[in-house]
Design a protein around this ligand. Structure first.
Ligand code: FAD
Length: 561
């Protein structure tokens, strides 16, 4: 019977990058990537595919069984995790999309995203260490002092050091305004950070000598008192090892025992007057942290895609081999329907997420300021949709896929059970999916992102072409416009109405993006590419009808205002 394995979907990635998004031509318009061609990009992905399938995937199930432990006061990760990290560093992978000025390779986020998809598909737990690095790098780059940048950016970019993001406290989860950790100014200009954090991924581990914590605190400065709530939070960089080589006054008090990602060390952290340095302005920690969180949220969407792809591939292999009633179960309509839905959603999500990554590159590197601003506005608008929609699809898809194994899927030995458990967390952390929906509706659609929303819909409409998929896309665009108009009207009458409709509005927008992706695949596929045209038809037939439920429920929630 087939083993749970990974085939890097390199042909699909190339199709999306080159044919659907036309990325090489868009790279050519950006001086930072003008030298990059499609062949080089494909070779980078092929190498990453070999590393993820050969090194990371074999560590996934053993890492899940072994989990992390504390020995001598320090966290140990599963066997093989540190060596895999060293191999990753030696291959230059952490630096892929980092700025050459800080030792990075300066390649596009789009490639980094595709690499991230493969890593997450193969070993989500291991990627918890690698994934946070980019958010910390981006935050220090955007908000750190020159001294902090010089000290930390090259070592983060190279992967010599890793990072942790320390927001959550027992009383302060979604509501960060309740954070109590304190930062007391010292005469030498450093800060003494004291407090307890919970659920800190990679708070301690044995992959790197140093771990750079970005800690959300309340600054205790009598000359500049912190306002209450989220407007009084500051961001402080607290390294586990200080510049003089001594260990900082911080420790992992314990490890959480959890449902999935057992290879990821989820730490309860204690800071006891630990030395730190302010990142950004006093009391402006949350905006600074948002640089990290937005990067992390798009990366979390990629986790959903990775899980979905892994589940879809393996379900298809298993179904082709498992014989019941005289033939492979893959031929049974009920199983076929599941497999086809998984393939259609995975292919659509890949287009949607890669498009966002390409727009992220344009936001950072396009030569025209207007194009940079438009791309940044689009990514900001889409970030909550991508995070919540893709992670739900990842978990839901893993659950649907598990059904294909029948009773074997429920057993620990067949792989899909771990994928399902691992996929679940992505709906919770980096801002729960409900918080993403509120962000979309309150801060974006009813906030300043109205023009970005209109621009996005116009842009998606331009891509439609003329096909069944295009007609379906136009229908979704009309639904989205109507729902957002109803949202604005209802919000004016009852400020709670948008919150009732938020999750369905987000899911509706997610389906709209899938409809666009399938129309774009339809347009890009060669006329004789029967497999891709069939995949689009499956998406329209099996998945898109669900959109009507979300739009209808959103309208009903708004109408009962
Ligand atoms: C494995 C794991 C790893 C993690 N890694 C990190 C990390 O590295 N760093 C870090 O700082 N944190 C981390 N977290 C914490 C994570 O970000 C929080 O668990 C998450 O933000 C939710 O907070 P909470 O658990 O306190 O839930 P709560 O905030 O108590 O929420 C409980 C439920 O209520 C809902 N809810 C809350 N408020 C609202 C609202 N206004 N409207 C609608 N629904 C609402 C939520 O959506 C959720 O469903 C991690 C958590 C886990 C489990």
């Amino acid at each position: 019977m087939s083993r749970y394995t990974y085939r890097p979907p390199l042909d699909e990635m190339r199709f999306v990058i080159e044919q659907v998004l036309g990325a090489p031509a868009r790279w050519a318009a950006m001086p930072a990537f003008a030298e990059l061609d499609a062949e080089t990009a494909a070779e980078v992905l092929a190498q990453a595919g070999r590393f993820t399938a050969d090194v990371l995937q074999p560590l996934n199930a053993p890492g899940d069984r072994q989990g992390c432990r504390i020995e001598g006061g320090r966290v140990k990760t599963p066997d093989g995790f540190p060596a895999a990290w060293r191999a990753f560093v030696d291959g230059g992978w952490p630096a892929l999309a980092c700025d050459p000025a800080w030792g990075g390779q300066g390649l596009p986020q789009l490639l980094n995203t595709a690499v991230g998809e493969m890593i997450n598909a193969c070993n989500h737990a291991w990627n918890m260490y690698a994934g946070i690095l980019h958010g910390a790098y981006a935050t220090v780059k955007a908000h750190g002092s020159d001294e902090l940048k010089a000290r930390y950016l090259p070592r983060l970019a190279s992967g010599e050091w890793l990072s942790a993001m320390a927001l959550t406290e027992p009383q302060s989860g979604s509501d960060l305004g309740l954070v109590r950790t304190r930062a007391e100014p010292r005469p030498d200009g450093t800060l003494a950070v004291s407090g307890s954090k919970v659920f800190i991924s990679g708070g301690d581990h044995d992959l790197t000598d140093n771990i750079v914590h970005l800690v959300l605190c309340r600054l205790q400065d009598p000359s500049n008192p912190a306002p209450p709530g989220t407007r009084g939070l500051s961001l402080v960089l607290v390294p586990a090892v200080l510049p003089d080589g001594t260990r900082n006054a911080m420790a992992a008090d314990g490890l959480e025992h959890k449902m999935g990602i057992h290879g990821s060390a989820t730490c309860a952290m204690r800071y006891e007057a630990a030395t730190g340095w302010l990142v950004g302005e006093p009391h402006r920690g949350l905006p600074a942290m948002f640089v990290m969180m937005n990067a992390a949220r798009v990366a979390t969407a990629v986790q959903g895609l990775g899980h979905l792809e892994m589940a879809a591939q393996n379900a298809a292999r298993y179904a082709a081999e498992r014989v019941q009633f005289g033939g492979p179960i893959a031929a049974r309509p009920a199983v076929r329907r599941t497999l086809d839905s998984l393939d259609a959603v995975a292919a659509g999500l890949r287009v949607v997420i890669y498009r966002a990554a390409l727009r992220l590159d344009e936001a950072d590197h396009h030569p025209y300021a207007g194009c940079r601003a438009a791309a940044a506005a689009e990514v900001s608008l889409l970030t909550p949709v991508l995070k919540a929609f893709a992670t739900r699809q990842g978990f839901q898809g893993a659950s649907d896929a598990l059904q294909v194994w029948g009773g074997y899927g429920y057993m620990a030995d067949y792989g899909i059970e771990q994928t399902l458990r691992d996929a679940r967390i992505a709906m919770i952390y980096e801002g729960t999916n409900e918080i993403q929906a509120i962000d979309l509706v309150q801060r974006k659609l009813l906030g300043g992102a109205g023009p970005a929303f209109e621009a996005l819909l116009d842009d998606l409409a331009r891509d439609a072409g003329d096909s069944d998929a295009a007609r379906a896309l136009h229908e979704q665009l009309a639904q989205a416009r109507g729902a957002v108009a109803a949202l604005r009207e209802a919000a004016a009458a009852d400020p709670v109405a948008p919150l009732r409709a938020a999750d369905d509005l987000l899911a509706g927008c997610g389906h709209l993006l899938l409809a666009w992706a399938w129309a774009a695949i339809e347009r890009a596929a060669a006329p004789d590419d029967a497999a891709r045209h069939a995949l689009v038809a499956q998406g329209l037939r099996l998945v898109l009808p669900q959109a009507a439920v979300h739009w209808a429920r959103a309208r009903a929630a708004l109408a009962t205002a």
